[in-house]
Write a protein that binds this ligand. Structure first.
Ligand SMILES: [Cu+2]
Length: 501
């Protein structure tokens, strides 16, 4: 791994200033060339401070149900990890202990934090050494539902990264609440027991449905190439166990509600690879925030769809008493455990499920009506393509023809600090990719050429043979990672770096 030391010093300086502290001589040391080794511990905070939170990474047993216990790596031995309630703008000090034999990275998804605490080796964040500890400090922002998770490359090691149980929610208390509610419920959707499969179910749920002929043609050419070379479709992860908040359907405590209550649901799809949908029979979800950011046009929908790492905050008015399954709309996954029971006070009987009417998920539903985004100062085109089955049996991905390499730190794009950029992301594959930009939020400004404005996110699902534009202001000095949030895709090259100076 080659990282310019001066660059790290610069990034480190920003971190220290952001933390409101004098520069620290050991704040940044050269990176160990061996990512499995023990890098020096940059402090970023004084060692005499008392941490506000302590998180322990460790491998332990997790009981998903009365007859199902698995072993996985967790935060504080629980799933999800502890819910961290932070205050926007109020600095926190966090100690992260790594009780495993593998160097770790803990990523603060959706927050605007310096690169040396963000938790991505690609950006230069030091590893939390095996059986070591790292103390970090940052100022939480923006307000809303964020999360933290492992950010390691896993490849075929299905105990690492997002395949593990290393997921925890962060709720950054907003200055104004998203709406009146009586009860708050956090739901983390996640599968366990991953294995490699070559079968994959395609979901047709996104709107708009238009595709770009040129992208379709290059995707078909890639299929033909694979066929000629005798390569099979790449591996996709599949799972043995399905759970919400770490319990399979019917095995955990139900969500107990009363008729007339307004329940605020905070939902995270913590899957390593699966897009999820969720419905509650006879109830609607009034979506108030996407990825923790209030939407300009709160709207009621019968089904929620979430790509990996996406969050939805929605209010449900409880007005149909009964015992219901709040569950995945894909029957097989719900029957295998992806659901939770909602029980009205006084209601009895078996939990009921009803299939919702067909419904397409469209981010534009929550956008500013009839508004266009302001034009950016510069547009960067990112074309995503796949070489089917070309990397150790997995599909290999490229961004503008280059598969991400940690050694070369490519592909990499330069950004000027303060400038407004538009990413035109073009998907020359047939997969839906939940694409994520670290350390920033972006505004969705068009989907397959159809303009929209006002929906602010940090992950967006990009449909097969489609393109979308994402606008953001480059205001985070140093490196920021852009990648697909499907673990197998990011591991196989679907990553790029933005270098902001
Ligand atoms: Cu992907």
């Amino acid at each position: 791994m080659i990282i310019d030391r001066r660059h790290l010093l610069r990034v480190g300086g920003a971190a220290v200033i952001a933390a409101g502290e004098p520069p620290h001589s050991q704040a940044q040391a050269p990176r160990d060339s061996d990512p499995q080794g023990t890098p020096p511990q940059p402090a970023g905070t004084g060692l005499n401070e008392v941490p506000d939170h302590t998180i322990r990474i460790g491998t332990s047993l997790l009981e998903l149900g009365s007859d199902t216990t698995i072993s996985t790596t967790l935060y504080d031995g629980q799933f999800p990890g502890p819910l961290l309630r932070l205050t926007e703008g109020k600095r926190v000090v966090i100690d992260i202990h790594n009780d495993t034999d593998t160097p770790g990275q803990l990523h603060w998804h959706g927050q605007f934090v310096p690169a040396d605490v963000d938790g991505a080796a690609e950006e230069g964040t030091p590893f939390i050494s095996a059986h070591g500890m790292r103390r970090i400090a940052f100022t939480p922002r923006p307000a809303g539902l964020r999360f933290y998770h492992s950010h390691l490359t896993a490849g075929a090691h299905l105990s690492l990264g997002l395949y593990s149980g290393q997921i925890g929610l962060v709720y950054i208390e907003p200055r104004r609440e998203p709406g009146a509610y009586d009860r708050e419920v956090f739901l983390t959707l996640k599968e366990f027991g991953p294995y490699l499969s070559r079968t994959e179910m395609t979901l047709d749920f996104l709107a708009p449905t238009a595709t770009i002929p040129e992208l379709e043609a290059s995707q078909k050419a890639a299929m033909l190439d694979a066929l000629k070379a005798g390569r099979q479709q790449g591996y996709e992860p599949a799972y043995n166990f399905f759970a919400i908040n770490g319990r399979t359907l019917g095995q955990g405590e139900p969500i107990r509600v009363k008729a007339g209550e307004r329940v605020l649901f905070h939902v995270l799809n913590a899957s390593a690879s699966k897009i999820r949908s969720l419905a509650l029979p006879r109830h609607l979800f009034q979506v108030v925030a996407l990825d923790g950011n209030l939407v300009p046009h709160p709207t009621a929908v019968p089904v929620l769809w979430l790509g990996t790492a996406e969050r939805i905050t929605a209010i449900v008015e409880m007005k149909h008493p009964g015992v219901w399954v709040l569950g995945e709309t894909v029957d097989e996954d719900r029957k295998r455990g992806m659901g939770i029971v909602v029980e009205y006070a006084g209601a009895k009987g078996e939990p009921q499920w009803q299939e919702p009417e067909p419904f397409r998920w469209d981010y534009r539903r929550f956008a500013k009506p009839d508004a266009d985004a302001a034009p950016p100062e510069e547009t960067i085109v990112l074309t995503i393509a796949a070489r089917i089955g070309a990397r150790d049996g997995f599909d290999e991905f490229t961004v503008n023809g280059t598969s991400f390499s940690m050694k070369a730190m490519q592909p990499r794009f330069h950004l000027d600090n303060g400038k407004r950029y538009r990413l035109l992301v073009r998907n020359a594959t047939d997969d839906t990719h939940p694409i994520h930009l670290h350390r920033h939020s972006f505004e969705i400004t068009s989907i397959v050429g159809m303009p929209t404005a006002g929906v602010i996110k940090d992950v967006a699902m990009l449909g097969g043979s489609q393109e979308m534009t994402l606008d953001f202001t480059a205001d985070q000095p140093g490196l920021s990672l852009f990648h697909c949030h499907m673990q197998a895709h990011m591991d196989a090259g679907f990553m790029a770096l933005f270098d902001c100076v």
